[in-house]
Design a protein around this ligand. Structure first.
Ligand SMILES: Cc1cc2nc3c(=O)[nH]c(=O)nc-3n(C[C@H](O)[C@H](O)[C@H](O)COP(=O)(O)OP(=O)(O)OC[C@H]3O[C@@H](n4cnc5c(N)ncnc54)[C@H](O)[C@@H]3O)c2cc1C
Length: 492
């Protein structure tokens, strides 16, 4: 058997694992079903507009620097990261506006303007979430684990009370802030991993701490530049990258150990170690033979939300827009009940709008803007027929943006594309179109994610947003670091 490692999927998780393995001298083949690398981090160009089709906000940029350093490279020789300030502009239906800054004096000024009584609360909140970060960083983020036994250490027992896992994000946020606007704003961070603030444990308030203390970042030229840079690094390190090469099956020895993959074209590639960057639920259902029970178990777990995306090229500018913008709904609990309990799109959704042309002028022709519009949506289910509902829902979202200040938007659209959860599923084989794998809607969710080492299948591993520590660019890159440690440790 060769010493090669096969990686299924050239998403950020697959590319990270490939780079780290190749840097350690392993022979690596990455097979990707699509015509381009990047997975959910991807891009679209048409009629002079350029859109990042997935992530638009980068947090924890040091994780990327660490990846380049592991390959003996300087990140700055491949990509330039720009900090975006303010991080985000928030608009409420009552006309309230708030700019979230990483620079503390400006952030305090904004909180004081909105709700003076909440200024001391902000300090208390940041101190509280800093404590959570200290307690979880090592155990859950930086060293993702394979099983409960690994984390049940004396350290976790002593840190346990600090991780605030017994109440919800919303309960924690309420205990600090009086302003309903600030409560909604801080609750929103639960959506960074596709979850509901009313059900996910308050541990996830740590996301706001990370963003507000480390800032929000952007890859100059477009987020897709990160995927291009990682692919270039793969090439320099001798990784074999095969595009348009969907895997049809993972090949196992009779005892259950990995022996390679069969591509859809029928070709077989041999390797004693196979890393799956594709969505684990999809992999158990479609790629790994004899895993019906595991596939059923995965299907019972609650997925993260999906997304309804509009790519709009418009022939005018809106001076009020920042690079990142949120247009809030009037009833946040109702919105999450629609998405997670009823499985339908929210009637009054919170709408995210990114205008990367404000940081990269070549992303839209002069006098035009490229608007990436994202609304949280339920994963695919019986309650929604997107073929029928995509058009009306697009109209509802555009009308909402018009009501909240983007006057006349509908009349200025010169380019448009709609992606529903069905498109996300089809493009990336993401079960139900889930953006972040499983949801974190209960306090045990971290223990329900499929582990980095596939259970009972020697030589088979997972990497990416579907495994530990979770979804989003930085966590996916940390997942790549962790899986490589396992692959190397298990190597003959
Ligand atoms: C609309 C949207 C907005 C987002 N916004 C943000 C954001 O602002 N900030 C942030 O940090 N994160 C964001 N994310 C999440 C982030 O994009 C993901 O967490 C991350 O890119 C996932 O990387 P991954 O490697 O785990 O998986 P993926 O990107 O899904 O990669 C898996 C790869 O496997 C391939 N594959 C699947 N099946 C097969 C097969 N059978 N054979 C071969 N290849 C296969 C797929 O084509 C894909 O390329 C967003 C995602 C979306 C969709």
């Amino acid at each position: 058997m060769s010493d090669r490692v096969i990686i299924i999927g050239a998403g950020l998780g697959g590319l990270t694992a490939a780079i780290r393995l190749a840097a350690k001298g392993r022979r690596v083949t990455v097979v990707e079903k699509n015509e381009r690398v990047g997975g959910k981090l991807n891009h679209l160009s048409a009629q002079g507009y350029t859109f990042d089709t997935g992530p638009s906000l980068l947090t924890m940029p040091w994780v990327i620097r660490d990846l380049f350093a592991a390959a003996g490279r300087r990140m700055e020789d491949y990509i330039q990261l720009d900090q975006i300030e303010p991080i985000c502009r928030y608009t409420w239906p009552d006309g309230t506006i708030f700019h979230a800054w990483q620079r503390l004096p400006q952030l305090i000024q904004e909180v004081e303007r909105l709700s003076p009584a909440d200024v001391p609360a902000l300090f208390r909140y940041l101190a509280h979430t800093a404590t959570i970060y200290d307690a979880v960083a090592d155990t859950f983020l930086l060293k993702p684990f394979d099983g409960l036994r690994e984390v049940l250490t004396p350290r976790l027992v002593s840190d346990g009370p600090h991780i605030d896992a017994l109440r919800s994000v919303d309960a924690a946020v309420r205990s600090f802030f009086r302003s309903p606007h600030l409560r909604q704003l801080f609750n929103r961070y639960a959506t960074y991993n596709g979850s509901s603030p009313y059900r996910s444990p308050a541990t996830f308030t740590v996301i706001s701490y990370i963003e507000l203390t480390e800032g929000g970042w952007y890859v100059r030229g477009g987020m897709y530049g990160l995927a291009i840079a990682l692919a270039q690094l793969c090439d320099e390190l001798g990784v074999e990258l095969r595009l348009n090469a969907p895997v049809a099956q993972i090949l196992l020895h009779p005892g259950g150990a990995a022996r390679g993959v069969r591509l859809a074209c029928g070709e077989e590639l041999c390797a004693a170690q196979v890393i799956v960057n594709a969505d684990p639920r999809y992999a158990y259902e479609a790629l790994i033979p004899g895993q019906t029970a595991m596939a059923r178990r995965m299907a019972r777990l609650e997925p993260s939300c999906s997304g309804f995306v509009l790519f709009l090229g418009i022939d005018r500018t809106y001076a009020q827009l920042a690079h990142h913008n949120i247009f809030f709904s009037g009833d946040y609990p109702r919105e999450f009940a629609a998405i997670f309990a009823k499985g339908v799109p929210a009637a009054d959704p919170t709408v995210y709008v990114a205008a990367s042309c404000l940081s990269d002028s070549q992303h839209a022709p002069p006098g035009h803007m490229n608007l990436f519009v994202l609304v949280n949506a339920p994963t695919l289910g019986e309650r929604v027929c997107w073929e029928r509902e995509a058009g009306p829902y697009r109209d509802l979202v555009v009308a909402k943006l018009e009501r909240m200040g983007l006057t006349g938007l509908g009349q200025h659209i010169t380019y448009e594309q709609i992606w529903t959860p069905a498109d996300l599923e089809a493009r990336y084989n993401a079960a139900g179109g889930a953006i972040y794998g499983l949801s974190s809607n209960n306090r045990f969710s971290a223990f329900m994610r499929p582990p980095l080492r596939a259970r009972g299948l020697r030589g088979l591993y997972f990497v990416g947003g579907g495994t530990h520590p979770g979804g989003g660019i930085p966590l996916v890159l940390l997942s790549g670091r962790a899986v490589v440690e396992r692959v190397i440790a298990d190597s003959p």
